[in-house]
Design a protein around this ligand. Structure first.
Ligand code: MRU
Length: 352
């Protein structure tokens, strides 16, 4: 047991369900007004669900892609894993291309490739076991990070989070939201603020809903209220997730994270990144090399399907940004915490 509190009490939501026949994804485009599932029966349906954000969040898209490989495996006849892998390669590449920024997607597919490369005649079962292991390990990592991150927060603190990093974005419990769940349960966190996270509203639509399911009070703020909130002294920590953490500690996360880190440093608010080691990419030296996903400018043209801007307006819609390592106080992973991240500390914990 990592900590004294009852994890199961705070861990109800599962975004990804493998039925043995199909992949059921809790449709995050419909929340919080409808709790509906998308059923994927082949790997291209999984790739589509990732692209369309029916399933989202770095760890969750990795897990969904791993099950996508299991679905693709049903369409292929092969005597062993290596033979199967050759036939599966186009499906793997389509899954990999679904979204570019979160490294968990490529990481999960690399794990699937690795086990298949040496699997024998039972390669289909090997693939299914690996997909399940990826999901199980993610849940265990989140619980461990919850305990490690919460321990850094002084009792009675206020925290601000961004985007959705909870059960919905992972196998369950969440990364930054896992720290918040653990910190609330232990009385370390007295108040939670969640930024709306324009334009897709992951904070307003998903994070607030998730916390409500657990009976945790949260206060929603407009993204543009964050610096003012910090100035009032209401928050001591900004706690966020990550899509890719480079060898030097630079961290890609949801657009708006970078400006939170700048404002936090200015106001003496600490900045914590919480992510499993599957989000760490030692092959990418620094944030300069990260591909930032650009999405349809139409996402900025309205809210909830209602147009809010005049026709003919250009919009720029990068959906991630990079927070430089020097603005991060701690990177919390299941392997441990890197304080004031830099290359030596990152390699010491993650190489090998
Ligand atoms: O575009 P999204 O919703 O997939 O972006 C998600 C984020 O940026 C999260 O903060 C990140 O993936 C960490 S989720 C545990």
């Amino acid at each position: 047991m990592d900590t004294a509190f009852d994890f199961d009490r705070y861990d109800h939501i599962r975004p990804i369900l493998w039925t043995g026949e199909a992949l059921e994804l809790l449709d995050q485009r419909k929340l919080p007004f409808a709790v509906e599932h998308v059923t994927c029966r082949d790997s291209d349906e999984v790739a589509q669900a990732i692209r369309d954000l029916a399933v989202r969040g770095a760890p969750a898209i990795g897990i969904a892609a791993a099950w996508g490989v299991v679905l693709a495996a049903r369409m292929v006849e092969a005597g062993d894993g290596a033979q199967a892998l050759q036939k599966l390669e186009p499906a793997l590449q389509r899954l990999n291309a679904a979204r570019p920024t979160a490294v968990n997607l490529a990481w999960a597919l690399a794990r699937m490739r690795r086990v298949l490369a040496t699997a024998g005649a039972d390669w289909r079962q090997v693939a299914a076991r690996e997909a399940q292991a990826i999901a199980d390990e993610d849940l265990a990592a989140n619980r461990r990070m919850g305990a490690l991150g919460a321990a850094m927060i002084a009792p009675g603190s206020g925290v601000l989070t961004h985007c959705n990093t909870g059960s919905l974005a992972t196998a369950g419990f969440g990364t930054a939201l896992g720290v918040i769940r653990a910190g609330m349960a232990e009385g370390r966190i007295a108040k939670v603020f969640a930024g709306e996270t324009r334009p897709w509203l992951q904070g307003a639509r998903l994070t607030v809903w998730e916390l409500q399911q657990d009976g945790i009070d949260a206060t929603l703020i407009a993204d543009s209220a964050a610096a003012h909130l910090m100035k009032t002294g209401a928050v001591q920590w900004v706690v966020v997730g990550a899509d890719r953490i480079c060898a030097n500690g630079d961290t890609a996360n949801k657009i708006g994270t970078y400006q939170l880190a700048i404002a936090a440093r200015h106001h003496g608010v600490k900045f914590m990144v919480v992510a499993p080691s599957s989000t760490v990419d030692l092959d990418t030296a620094s944030g300069e090399a990260i591909e930032i996903e650009q999405r349809d400018p139409g996402e900025l043209h309205g809210v909830g399907g209602v147009r809010t801007v005049a026709e003919g307006i250009a919009a720029w819609n990068p959906v991630f940004d990079v927070t430089p390592a020097e603005l991060i106080d701690a990177i919390v992973t299941e392997r441990g915490v890197v304080e004031r991240p830099a290359e030596a500390g990152m390699r010491a914990l993650f190489a090998g």
